[in-house]
Ligand binder design. Structure first.
Ligand code: KG4
Ligand code: ZN
Length: 333
């Protein structure tokens, strides 16, 4: 039995988890409320909050797993990508534990971990599978040949899907992060009421910056004629923006499945918590005969359970890090 303590601190959530082999024993997340009033994550405030949170979060993860530090076989941390100051807190903490406890260290790529969140739980995809990874910083379609052999087939050329949600939400006057609020209001709205730009670049790459610009000009013109427009149409606006983002994502996923012939389809990343996207994938899956896998809600947004499961597969392959392995804001796959 391999027990691993994993730490994730790439952005604004301080997370720790413990796994025993591929089973997650605990998954603790401390959200940072401090950023909401600034309309986005403030890197310096995020690192300071990680410094305050990391000890209690790790303690709680061990407590819930009913294990102690000495029961661990390795310490894992998110190496990249992310905010450098935030990554450094988790990396230095993990390195210190590894040094003091004389335990191996495992460095994990955040985006690989999002994909492998699909290997947590009972219902697992078989290899090869495709994963649509949609987060605040990334939008990718990945082909997983095995747990540690992942290929990026397509990705965004500009904004990520999460950014398209958050930036549109900001234009609607909603607080950060706007994705979950658009999801909430969209449930009551008409998705076909308004039409926005749907940029569809060649192949299976994505582009979302044109959508954001089209929302911006549309709102500017509509509010010129009617100052109440935003308040009166909030639900329909959210539903129409969400519908457009989902349509782009699904079109590219269908293309990727057709090109590869793969029908094992997963989603991952914060945006996979979106209820409209979940429904659309289920519906497309029925039409296309796909087997669909969607991680539990707690494993979609940033969490350390996904770091733990990835670290478990790295442990089995002997892929250990050294104290010299530094975190990096942008890491190559
Ligand atoms: O994966 P994640 O937690 O952090 C990153 O690695 O970026 O993703 C965060 C993103 C944010 O853009 C947030 O607005 C979006 O996921 N998000 C959602 C929902 N929940 C989180 N977007 C749409 N609908 C949701 N329910
Ligand atoms: Zn993430």
């Amino acid at each position: 039995m391999i027990s691993i303590l994993a730490i994730e601190s790439s952005c604004d959530d301080t997370c720790a988890a413990v796994c025993s082999d591929a089973k997650i024993l605990s998954n603790v997340i401390a959200n940072q409320e401090v950023h909401a009033k600034y309309g986005g994550v403030v890197p310096e405030l995020a690192s300071r909050a990680h410094m305050r949170n990391i000890v209690p979060v790790v303690d709680e993860a061990l407590k819930r797993a009913q294990l102690s530090l000495n029961d661990m076989d390795a310490i894992a941390f998110t190496q990249a990508p992310g905010l450098l100051g935030s990554l450094l807190v988790g990396a230095q903490f993990a390195k210190s534990l590894s040094l003091v406890l004389n335990m191996p260290l495992i460095a994990v790529h955040h985006m690989q971990a999002h994909v492998l969140a699909n290997l947590i739980g009972e219902k697992k995809p078989s290899f090869p599978f495709l994963c649509l990874t949609v987060s605040g910083g990334h939008t990718q379609i990945v082909k997983a040949n095995s747990p540690l052999d992942l290929e990026i087939l397509g990705e965004t050329l500009d904004d990520a899907a999460g950014e398209a949600f958050d930036k549109s939400a900001k234009l609607l006057g909603l607080p950060y992060p706007g994705g979950p609020l658009i999801d909430k209001y969209a449930k009551e709205g008409d998705p076909l009421k308004f039409t926005f730009a749907r940029p569809l670049p060649e192949g299976i790459n994505f582009s979302f910056s044109g959508l954001k610009t089209s929302v911006m000009y549309f709102l500017r013109d509509a509010q010129k004629n009617d100052p109440e427009f935003l308040q009166m149409n909030m639900q329909d606006l959210c539903a129409s923006i969400q519908y457009t983002i989902i349509e782009i994502l699904i079109k590219k996923l269908i293309r990727a499945s057709e090109l590869t012939g793969i029908k094992e389809i997963c989603i991952a990343g914060g945006v996979s918590a979106n209820s409209g996207l979940r429904k659309a994938i289920e519906k497309t899956g029925k039409e296309k005969n796909w087997n669909i896998y969607i991680p539990d809600f707690q494993y979609c947004t940033d969490n350390a359970a996904m770091i733990a499961i990835t670290a478990y597969y790295k442990f089995r392959e002997g892929q250990f890090a050294s104290l010299k392995d530094s975190p990096s804001a942008r890491a190559l796959w």
